[in-house]
Write a protein that binds this ligand. Structure first.
Ligand code: GLA
Length: 360
């Protein structure tokens, strides 16, 4: 049995693809694959019985559809890296809601990659090399030019801690989360699909904006410095706001990590940083929705330490930090106050991908 988690991102949104800073935590929901070595890849979904059927190296005569596209893309990426062509026969299950901003596709990719490497007895890749192969697989499977955030969180997760990752150098540290504070995910029920969303458009707008930084990354500038360069470079209002979000978001990641590492922890500061992060996504990066804005406001009204939308945006979930003792009550209360498909669950920061049980 192989398992890979989804993630929440605590802060550092849309910073990964310009070599910036992120602070995700793997969650205790993920994708599980049960399987044994075989001469082809044959995986069946426990959810709806659909199948991925491919040669052991991931090739197939017909184009794949649905989740099988990810199996194909991961297997092909690993084949390019020299994985011996050993297949797997088994089943696949997931409890990460799809399109909820919790990196369900990264959990799927990393679970497949972990399983395929294990059945072939191939341990040539470091966890981050495996994550990078899965990031390329996302582009290959569904054309989403994502950063490394989701796949890195899925391989690096640690119990009780967030992962402070520099997406340029891939250097990372774990940052313990305060005891007594739980992570509550509130899923708006509004589904995003990054392949059809404005994700690629945001990336392009940011690429156009960072031209004024002369080859350096947004994480190396203060908001004032970046603003001056934006003026000097004649950026239009939209690109100036896109840049401001990313520059200020990197600053917020540093400030949030600093706040988590100080004693005693200033929870009001944590809450203020998350609030500013959400406002920046809403106003400058324009990746939020009125429903997510409303949920974040409700979360503060219901006593969350802090809350913001999490993940790519355009729908999906918010993440709230809440006193553990009140977490279940908070989750119920927030669902009660909104109509529609909203749901909530309490989770904790959990371990990254790996083999759960070996029968050999
Ligand atoms: C999606 C992408 C990530 C990252 C986030 C936004 O989850 O897969 O790479 O860009 O959006 O922070």
């Amino acid at each position: 049995m192989f398992w890979a988690p989804g993630r929440v991102n605590l802060i550092g949104e849309h910073t990964d693809y310009s070599g910036g800073l992120v602070l995700p935590a793997a969650i205790s929901r993920g994708v599980t694959i049960s399987g044994a070595p075989a001469n082809r890849i044959e995986l069946q979904s426990e959810l709806d019985g659909t199948k991925a059927l491919l040669a052991a190296d991931g090739s197939s005569p017909q184009p794949q559809s649905g989740w099988a596209r990810f199996v194909e893309a991961v297997a092909r990426e690993l084949d390019d890296l020299g994985r011996p062509p050993v297949g797997i026969a088994g089943t696949l299950a997931s409890d990460v809601p799809v399109g909820a901003g919790l990196a369900s596709s990264a959990a799927l990719e990393v679970a497949i990659a972990t399983a395929l490497c294990a059945v072939a007895d191939w341990d040539a890749l470091t966890p981050l090399e495996l994550a990078l192969a899965c990031q390329r697989a996302e582009l290959r499977a569904v054309g989403v030019p994502c950063g490394i955030l989701d796949q890195a969180a899925s391989v690096l997760g640690e119990e009780g801690a967030a992962i402070y990752l520099d997406c340029a150098s891939l250097e990372h540290e774990t940052v313990p989360l305060p005891e007594g504070i739980a992570i509550v995910v509130v899923d708006s029920g509004l589904r995003h699909r990054l392949e059809h969303s404005a994700y690629a458009e945001r990336r392009r707008e940011l690429d156009e904006a960072i031209v004024v930084l002369g080859g350096r990354r947004p994480a190396d500038f203060s908001v004032d410095e970046a603003d001056e360069l934006a003026s000097a470079g004649g950026l239009d209002d939209l690109r100036r706001r896109r840049l401001r979000h990313v520059v200020s978001e990197n600053e917020r990641v540093r400030a949030f990590v600093g706040a988590l590492r100080s004693t005693p922890i200033d929870t009001r500061l944590l809450g203020a940083i998350l609030w500013e992060g959400h406002a920046s996504q809403r106003d400058d990066y324009e990746t939020s929705t009125p429903e997510l804005d409303g949920l974040v406001e409700r979360a503060y009204e219901h006593g969350a330490v802090g809350a913001r939308m999490t993940g790519g945006g355009f729908g999906g979930s918010i993440v709230a930090l809440v006193d553990t003792e009140r977490a279940n009550e908070f989750a119920d209360a927030i669902v009660d106050t909104v109509s529609g498909e909203t749901s909530a669950f309490v989770c904790s920061a959990g371990a990254g991908a790996g083999e759960l049980v070996s029968c050999s």
